[in-house]
Design a protein around this ligand. Sequence first.
Ligand SMILES: Cc1cc2nc3c(=O)[nH]c(=O)nc-3n(C[C@H](O)[C@H](O)[C@H](O)COP(=O)(O)OP(=O)(O)OC[C@H]3O[C@@H](n4cnc5c(N)ncnc54)[C@H](O)[C@@H]3O)c2cc1C
Length: 392
Amino acid sequence: MKKYIIIGGGIIGSSIAREIRKRDLGDVVVLEKEPDLGYHASGRNSGVIHSGINQTPGLLKAKICVKGNRMLRDYCRENGIPMSECGTLVIGRDDEEIRILDKLMYMGKELEVPGLKIIDKTELREREPFSNGLVALLSPTGAIVDSKALLKTIAKEAESLGVKYQFGAEVREISDNGAIKTGEETINADFIVNCAGLHADKIAHMMGVGLDYLIIPFKGNYVKVPVPINSMLYQPPDLRFPFLGVHLTKKIDGSVVAGPTATLSFGRENYDGKIEWKELADYFGSMNFIRMALYKEFWENVVKNAKFSISKKAFLEEIQSLTSLNLKKEDLEPAFCGIRAQMVHKNGKMLKDVLIDETENSLHILNAVSPGLTCSLAFAEYIVNDRLVPRG
Ligand SMILES: Cc1cc2nc3c(=O)[nH]c(=O)nc-3n(C[C@H](O)[C@H](O)[C@H](O)COP(=O)(O)OP(=O)(O)OC[C@H]3O[C@@H](n4cnc5c(N)ncnc54)[C@H](O)[C@@H]3O)c2cc1C
């Protein structure tokens, strides 16, 4: 029986592990460096099951997002995972934004996102009395899920199918013959699938793969706000960047959060704000970062988002623009943050699509950024059907 080692037990690693065992393709062990699941992106996100609007047609993740949305909503219903099928609203506040909504509508139709429609101010206020906007794009298949509960259910199902999880197993070295070193232990595998999220580039580099790419982490901060909404309210995205702007989401526990920002993070796991000097030196000194920093758009984004981190007033203004309620600075209560594993090529360009690199005995999932949660089940199916099964 072929032995697969999956590095990383996030939503991507766990979904792929489950899919491999569902097809009985071999034994599967997941090596996870943390003591439990959900310490990183898969447990620190908006929890939105994206419908596929905002996705650029032609990208693999756009296609997989639309299918993933359908699969994930079915999975949550079948497994009793807390989910709200409330639909997504992207508001248009002026002529320029209304033009972006038309563009999103066009992109969404090309991707066959179901049920898209532009609603007028009256319908918008009926749905969301405290929203701003002259019109909105309604995407009824957008939903919100408890992302930690989802991850735990997928992992539990994977275990019931025979997947073994090893926690506290940080992969530190991989030798040329595929022997994996985690602290004291050396583990051999027939095939390695790298799903290490924020560290996926380092794992790939250990195997001589993806050497042109480096993860530059971008932090997303969220605050709780007292805005009684029923669903989620987005502002039109700046399509030049792979990040969506600050939005309002009604979480499964009933709280409403605003975020995430997209601030350059001072470390891959800098959740508590402690600066990781070694990592900073590594990426600030890289060609990937230096060339990225030559783009004017990059600085526009950095400055805009840095303002939200430094100035509560600036963050408040951004949130205020989504709602007709009069918010005060004291209304913003720090909630949580997540860090995006944004892959940057050495030509300085941020990757928009997921990147899959491979060797004879390994597959590397690089740049599994948003909407990775939405894509997870459909992506795992794609990896197994199109990448693993053809190898035998
Ligand atoms: C702020 C934010 C908001 C988001 N919002 C949404 C959203 O609303 N909807 C959506 O669809 N997507 C969203 N995303 C994207 C989504 O969360 C990610 O695409 C997805 O969680 C990525 O999953 P993953 O398994 O690749 O990564 P992770 O969850 O980071 O899992 C990787 C795992 O690998 C482990 N690991 C790392 N290195 C090693 C090592 N050396 N040895 C062993 N284990 C290792 C880590 O501990 C981790 O558990 C958001 C992301 C962020 C950051």
